[in-house]
Design a binder for this molecule. Structure first.
Ligand code: PSU
Ligand code: MN
Length: 304
């Protein structure tokens, strides 16, 4: 397994010395935001993780090598290539590795590579989930199955309302994946701090979250944890504006017959276009906010 993986010297040293490490995904770079904001954000997120006492490990596939820890040049390569980089979830990893291509890792694939490297805390914007209309389309992100089996905590701002948040909650419950709220009882919905759904447990500091993770994994309860962190008040968006954009994006995706792995990037890009520059600014800020919390959790987790 490890013969496919390159851990950067900095990340390897941190892991060997029991220092906190936070994994970061790369689909958010190539498919989640436009160039050059995507690469600028990715580098700034790494800096925020450092400022909060942990080592960042951005995860991607370059020339078929699984990477835990990227250089700034490598981040630029992915950012500039954008949608032409192969979006890799679990099922895509063998193809991109065997054919020695570049790949951007989704939440699912980032969890896989993080676990391989020995990293158990990961920060991102939003997770994939059960899509609206999944009753007939069967469109359920592989992120959810990964959360069911791979031991990585994913710090996020909930999930975008392009998804059916109620069905996503039900799916995670069936799979035994805890959904924690950081100082919230309500499930955050990415651009907005609240949705109509609740989290399982409201934990009010990073130490409590680290204790929760320790208890889960010490008991060999395999799988991840979704740690939801609401977008900061000052960057939260108007729910009606988001709802309208989401409805329109969904209608267009049905009209244009968008499905499979194209569905999420299509919806993300359309919602971003329809809501204007504000949504990109909010998206960037919530990732920063998640990076900070993830670094604190990772720091608590390495203290015996
Ligand atoms: N949601 C976002 N931004 C993103 C993604 C989801 O708000 O960038 C990306 C993540 O990489 C996530 C992936 O893992 O989309 C899910 O894709 P799919 O639904 O095809 O599994
Ligand atoms: Mn899908």
């Amino acid at each position: 397994m490890k013969q496919y993986l390159d851990i950067s010297p900095e990340v390897a040293a941190a892991l060997a010395n029991n220092q906190p490490v936070v994994a970061l995904e790369s689909t958010i770079i190539s498919h989640g935001m436009p160039w050059p904001q995507n690469a600028e954000t990715a580098k700034k997120v790494e800096q925020i993780i450092r400022d909060n006492g942990a080592v960042p490990a951005t995860i991607a596939i370059l020339d078929g090598r699984l990477k835990a820890g990227l250089s700034h040049d490598e981040i630029d390569t992915l950012g500039q290539a954008g949608l032409s980089v192969i979006k890799c979830s679990r099922r895509d990893l063998p193809f991109v590795v065997a054919t020695k291509q570049h790949g951007a890792t989704t939440v699912a694939a980032t969890m896989i590579v993080a676990a391989m490297a020995g990293i158990n805390v990961f920060a991102t914007g939003g997770i994939g989930g059960v899509h609206r209309g999944a009753q007939t389309s069967f469109d359920i992100s592989a992120d959810l199955q990964e959360l069911a089996k791979t031991n990585v905590a994913v710090v996020c701002a909930g999930a975008k309302s392009i998804l059916d948040l109620g069905l996503t909650r039900e799916y995670l419950e069936t799979q035994g994946v805890p959904v924690l709220g950081y100082n919230t009882d309500k499930l955050p919905a990415f651009y907005t701090r609240e949705s109509d759904y609740t989290v399982d447990y409201n934990l009010t500091n990073a130490t409590q979250i680290a204790d929760f993770l320790k208890a889960k994994w010490d008991m060999k309860l395999a799988g991840g944890v979704v740690v939801t962190n609401p977008i900061p008040h000052e960057f939260a968006m108007d729910k009606n504006a988001i709802d309208k954009a989401v409805e329109q994006a969904l209608a267009e995706s049905v009209e244009q017959n968008i499905g499979g792995k194209e569905s999420t990037p299509f919806l993300l890009a359309r919602v971003a276009e329809l809501t204007g520059g504000n949504s990109l600014a909010s998206n960037i800020e919530l990732v920063f906010n998640n990076a900070k919390l993830a670094a604190k959790i990772a720091s608590d987790l390495v203290k015996d």
